[in-house]
Write a protein that binds this ligand. Sequence first.
Ligand SMILES: Cc1ncc(COP(=O)(O)O)c(C=O)c1O
Length: 346
Amino acid sequence: MQITDLRSDTVTKPTPEMLQAMFAAQVGDDVYEEDPTINALEQKAAAMFGMEAGLFCPSGTMTNQIAIKAHTEPLTEVICDVTAHIYQYEGGGIMFNSAASVALVHGERGKMTPEQVEAHIRPDNIHYPPTRLVALENTCNKGGGAYYTLDEIVAISEVCKRHDIALHLDGARVFNALVASGDDGTSYGNYFDSISICLSKGLGAPVGSVLLGSKAFIKKSRRIRKVLGGGMRQAGYLAAAGLYALENNISRLQEDHRKAKAMEEVLLQADYVERVLPVETNIVIFQLNDRYKDAEFVAALAEQGIRASSFGPQMIRFVTHLDVSDEMQQHVLQVLHSLNKQQVEA
Ligand SMILES: Cc1ncc(COP(=O)(O)O)c(C=O)c1O
């Protein structure tokens, strides 16, 4: 049976063309900053976001955690949405790596307003940890792929600048946000002090994230990467996949968004669905009514060769990506339709 894996956009395998680019990579020792392919990737990624410099790392968790450590000192505070990956899914790393506390904002689908951010900034008072960093996520994973527009980012950045607080972006899926909004990422460098981008999500590379910022910030971050054991050697073979992804796999994200939207349309008609978070990019999160328990629903999909994630009580997540073919997409739509009660009884 052909398997359609909708658990995440991290499950993609490199294409023959990407593998060819990896084979052909020129490499060197990156701890000595002598890997030409890594240097090229870092420069290209930085230029794409109007930043001075980049740092290639094994994962998005590492780029986020390095950024948080570089921006904070122990006993200071980070502001983020309650659903943020840095808080929910990085193993408590903010506390462990940075000894910082977190002020949680209850935003809308993972997005905070400038007013909410400002309300969480601590006054200068001995009782409170000083606020050092605000972290946004674009797109918002747990928010069902909702994205911030550039205007919304500018407004939050103004609050941060006014209070002299750094602004970080967890941009694991920032390319999905840019493709969906039509915004130009090259101005992001004016608003963010650091950006983490992931190459191994929708862009289809097997490994890698890049942390972006000023030269001074990246110099500090390089030290922290070394401490965390993230200094790699001839990792240009991996960076080559990332370069290939940046050159070839961005505009096609629209295709993933179209597929997610088509799934949303079928789910909105389904008699087993309570609600669907409006689909904006490549993530579809929906809530089941009492016709199925979430585990039963995931099992029913698995019987038809479709893998999906349970995402909280009665919540299911699908993520579309470049390994979901048109044929697989048709199969998914048919199966979603067939799970309606009417169809089951027929
Ligand atoms: C929004 C977001 N940030 C960061 C990460 C972490 O990336 P990695 O799995 O490479 O550590 C993920 C992973 O899924 C993510 O969804």
